[in-house]
Design a protein around this ligand. Structure first.
Ligand SMILES: [Zn+2]
Length: 210
C-alpha cells in the first residue's frame, strides 16, 4: 500500500482510478503494486527512486565497537520486494518490480515510526550526527559507549557481520521480517552480493509484529 499526495481538488479523479482513503494517515492510497504507475502524478517525487514494498528485514549482527572495543549489536536492513523508479528520455517514469533474494541495505533515509522506535530502542539504530558525513543520518550506535558505527566500517570491512561467506555466517544473525505499515519511497543503497541467497536459505527468519 502506497500513500499518495492527492490535492483536494483531484480527489474524485484519484478515487475513480481506484485510490482508497486512509483516514489514519489522512491520505489517499493505492494497494496493488502493479497499479502504482497509474498514480504517478501523486507519488511524491523528491523522496527517492526506490519503493520498498510490503515488508523489510531487520538483520542484527554483533560487531566490536571501534572505540570502546566492546561487542555491540548492529542492524543491517534487508530488502526483498522493491521497485525502482526510472525515467525515460520523455520524462515518463517507469516502475520496475524486483523480488529475488534478500539484499542488505546499508543506508535507508528513513523508516516508519514503529520500526524506527523498535530498532532505535533495542539496537541503537537511530539518527545521529556524523562528522564524516557532516550530517545526521540513520546509523548504528554502540550500545555501550554510544558512538556512531560508521557505515563503511560496518558493511564494507571483511570482518563485517553482514559479509556472508557461508551458512554459519548467516546462522549468527538474528533476522526479523517486519510488515511495513505502508510502502516507503526512499533513497536507499542496496548491496548486491553473490552470497545474498544464503540469507533466505539459511537464515532463521522470525516474523515480528510491531
Ligand atoms: Zn563503543
Amino acid at each position: 500500500m502506497l500513500l499518495l499526495n492527492v490535492p483536494y481538488e483531484e480527489k474524485e479523479e484519484a478515487k475513480a482510478l481506484g485510490a482508497r482513503w486512509k483516514p489514519e494517515y489522512k491520505k489517499w492510497s493505492v494497494f496493488l503494486g502493479k497499479d502504482y504507475y497509474k498514480f504517478d502524478k501523486w507519488i511524491p517525487k523528491n523522496s527517492g527512486d526506490i519503493i520498498l514494498c510490503d515488508y523489510i528485514y531487520i538483520i542484527v549482527g554483533k560487531h566490536e565497537c571501534f572505540k570502546c572495543h566492546k561487542q555491540t549489536s548492529v542492524v543491517g536492513l534487508g530488502v526483498e520486494k522493491f521497485m525502482y523508479i526510472t525515467e525515460d528520455e520523455n520524462g515518463k517514469r517507469n516502475y520496475k518490480y524486483n523480488k529475488d533474494d534478500i539484499h542488505i541495505c546499508p543506508f535507508i533515509k528513513e523508516l516508519p515510526k514503529n520500526i524506527y522506535d523498535f530498532a532505535a530502542e533495542k539496537y541503537g539504530l537511530k539518527y545521529g550526527y556524523s562528522n564524516v558525513v557532516k550530517g545526521s543520518y540513520l546509523a548504528n550506535h554502540c550500545q555501550n559507549c554510544g558512538v556512531i558505527q560508521g557505515n563503511f566500517y560496518l558493511f564494507d570491512e571483511v570482518d563485517s557481520p553482514f559479509f556472508l561467506y557461508e551458512a554459519s555466517d548467516v546462522k549468527k544473525l538474528e533476522i526479523f521480517k517486519v510488515k511495513l505499515p505502508y510502502d516507503i519511497i526512499c533513497n536507499a543503497e542496496i548491496s548486491y552480493l553473490s552470497s545474498d541467497y544464503l540469507i533466505k536459505q539459511y537464515g532463521n527468519i522470525q516474523e515480528l509484529n510491531l
